[in-house]
Design a protein around this ligand. Structure first.
Ligand SMILES: Cc1cc2nc3c(=O)[nH]c(=O)nc-3n(C[C@H](O)[C@H](O)[C@H](O)COP(=O)(O)O)c2cc1C
Length: 227
């Protein structure tokens, strides 16, 4: 089993998120599971220019580290996205990483992968950020195996409880991959999302020729609408 972790804190792995990453890594290492971790702050990932060249031609105008991280996710059985709560969302590093996957989300390239979102936070008011990360994974076609929110305040007060929650999330990710689990409560919304992207691209054949050709090759059983 191969897993990837994307860590989106501006502190890389040297802050609170880094501490959580070490706990995750340790849990997986003990089970002999390979984990590749990418700290976005230590990489060069430009913010999306909004040019739509990825949709039209298939390649981003920026040749930076983004593709390597995305390729690692594509090659993995599952992944962990971890980011700090920054004003009820994720920090710019994580948002840039997600935005750059815009075209691949349309193409549902991560469909069927298993994912665990983790939000770290100062306070325990972190649901908005966790929702954003979870929904984004789901809209990329992933099974979201759990939702983990860990605040520094709770870590100071109930550390063992929060550690157990984090480890349970990691174990759930591993078990879901091992059993190729179908999360019944996500089946319908994943189907709806897939159909939404199919219908969306059917309307944008002229504008996004690359995406439409890629969809046809990737999803021969879900043809785009005629006309
Ligand atoms: C610009 C900024 C915005 C933040 N917004 C929030 C917030 O809305 N709610 C909260 O509980 N913590 C907030 N925090 C605290 C961070 O979530 C917390 O410091 C982070 O999770 C620690 O992880 P790190 O050391 O790996 O970066 C914010 C911190 C910064 C610097």
């Amino acid at each position: 089993m191969k897993l990837t972790m994307v860590a989106g804190s501006p502190h890389g792995l040297s802050g609170f998120g880094g501490k959580m990453a070490a706990i995750i890594e340790d849990r997986l290492r003990r089970q002999g599971i390979a984990l590749e971790t990418f700290a976005l702050a230590d990489m060069s990932i430009r913010t999306c220019a909004g040019c739509y060249v990825c949709c039209k031609k298939g390649a981003c105008i920026f040749d930076d580290d983004w593709q390597a991280v995305y390729d690692a996710m594509l090659g993995a059985d599952g992944f962990i996205w971890m980011a700090p709560n920054y004003t009820f969302n994720v920090p710019a590093e994580m948002k840039a990483f997600i935005d750059r996957g815009f075209s691949n989300m349309h193409l549902q390239l991560l469909k069927g992968k298993y994912a665990l979102p983790v939000i770290t936070s100062g306070s325990w008011v972190l649901e908005d950020a966790l929702d954003y990360l979870s929904k984004t994974l789901h809209r990329n076609g992933c099974w979201v195996v759990d939702r983990i929110g860990i605040s520094m305040a709770e870590w100071a007060m109930v550390q063992e409880e929060k550690r157990a929650q984090l480890l349970a999330g990691v174990d759930r990710l591993v078990a879901a991959i091992a059993g190729q689990r179908i999360f019944e409560d996500q089946v319908e919304s994943l189907k709806e999302m897939f159909e939404m992207w199919r219908a969306y691209l059917s309307h944008f054949k002229d504008e996004y020729p690359h995406e439409c050709q890629s969809w046809i090759r990737r999803w021969p059983d879900a043809p785009l609408d005629e006309g």
